[in-house]
Design a protein around this ligand. Structure first.
Ligand SMILES: [Zn+2]
Ligand SMILES: [Zn+2]
Length: 269
C-alpha cells in the first residue's frame, strides 16, 4: 500500500502550522477559559467548548492569521494575491464572525465569503480554523479532567470534531484522541464511537499491508470507521494532530471502502 498519498509539501506545511499552534497555545493564559460544565447538555452531546466562555483576544487572533499567511506564502508564492486580499478584509468584526463560524464548522459561510471576495474556496475556513485551534486546545487542556467519555455519534466531547483516531496505550487500552483539540477519552476495545455498537460480529478490523502498527476499525451497523494506532512501540509520541496527518492514508482507504467518520452534521474531514 502506497503511504504517500498526500504531497510532502502539504505535510510539511501542516507540521509547521502544528508547531506554531503549540507556541500560540503556550502563550495564552488559561484564565481566559471559563467553563460551564452543564452535565445535562454534555450528556446530550453538546460539545463542552460550546458551553465555555472563551475570552478571545482578537488582535492576537488577527496576528496569528497574518503569521499563517506568511507561512503559506513562503510555500505557495502564487497565493500571495489571495492572502493579501483576505488580510485587508479582516477586521475585529469579521474576526469575531470567523471564530463563531469556524467553531460551528459552517462551511457554507466560508464558501460564500470566498466567492464574494473572489479568493480560493479553501483559504478562509483554513485560516479561521487554524487560528481557532490553539483556543480549542487550551480549552481541552482545562477541561480534560472532566472528560471521561463521549456521546456516541456526537464527535469530540470538547470540540465536536468527528471521531476518527484512537491509540492503543498501556496494556492495550483503547483511547480516542481528538486531532483538533487534543482531548482524549477511553473507549471499549470492541465499541463503535459513532453508534455505540458493541457486537463483535459487526465490528471488524482491517489491517494495513506493510503497516504493523495501524488498523481500521469499521462498523457494519453505521458504516463508521476509526483509525486505531498502536503507538506503544513508537520512540517518540507525536501529537494527535501529527498522528492524524501521518495516518491520512488510512482515511483514504476507509473512505474508498465506503466508511465514514460520521458525527453530528459536521462535514469536516
Ligand atoms: Zn476535540
Ligand atoms: Zn457503528
Amino acid at each position: 500500500m502506497k503511504k504517500s498519498v498526500v504531497s510532502k509539501e502539504y505535510t510539511n506545511l501542516q507540521k509547521e502550522i502544528v508547531k506554531l499552534q503549540e507556541q500560540w497555545k503556550q502563550s495564552l493564559n488559561p484564565d481566559i477559559i471559563k467553563p460551564n460544565l452543564d452535565k445535562a447538555a454534555m450528556n446530550a452531546g453538546v460539545p463542552a467548548a460550546a458551553l465555555t466562555a472563551i475570552d478571545f483576544e482578537i488582535p492576537l487572533f488577527l496576528q496569528w492569521i497574518d503569521e499563517i499567511n506568511k507561512l503559506i506564502k513562503k510555500n505557495n508564492p502564487e497565493l500571495e494575491g489571495n492572502l493579501t486580499k483576505i488580510s485587508e478584509l479582516l477586521n475585529e468584526e469579521s474576526a469575531i464572525r470567523w471564530i463563531d463560524e469556524a467553531f460551528s464548522f459552517n462551511q457554507f459561510y466560508f464558501v460564500s465569503f470566498a466567492q464574494e471576495n473572489e479568493v480560493e474556496e479553501w483559504i478562509p475556513q483554513f485560516l479561521a480554523e487554524t487560528a481557532l485551534r490553539p483556543y480549542l486546545q487550551l480549552t481541552a487542556e482545562v477541561l480534560q479532567p472532566e472528560i471521561s467519555h463521549a456521546v456516541h455519534g456526537a464527535g469530540c466531547p470538547v470540540c465536536g470534531e468527528p471521531v476518527r483516531l484512537a491509540q492503543l496505550e498501556g496494556n492495550g487500552k483503547k483511547v480516542i484522541h481528538c486531532p483538533r483539540c487534543h482531548a482524549h477519552w477511553p473507549e471499549k476495545r470492541v465499541e463503535c464511537s459513532h453508534c455505540g455498537n458493541e457486537d463483535s460480529n459487526t465490528i471488524h478490523y482491517l489491517t494495513i499491508e506493510g503497516d504493523a502498527t495501524s488498523q481500521l476499525q469499521v462498523c457494519d451497523k453505521c458504516q463508521g470507521y476509526l483509525k486505531v494506532i498502536d503507538t506503544r512501540q513508537f520512540i517518540s509520541k507525536p501529537s494527535s494532530a501529527i498522528l492524524d496527518l501521518n495516518t491520512i492514508h488510512l482515511d483514504f482507504i476507509a473512505q474508498e471502502k465506503g466508511y465514514k467518520a460520521v458525527a453530528g452534521n459536521s462535514e469536516s474531514n
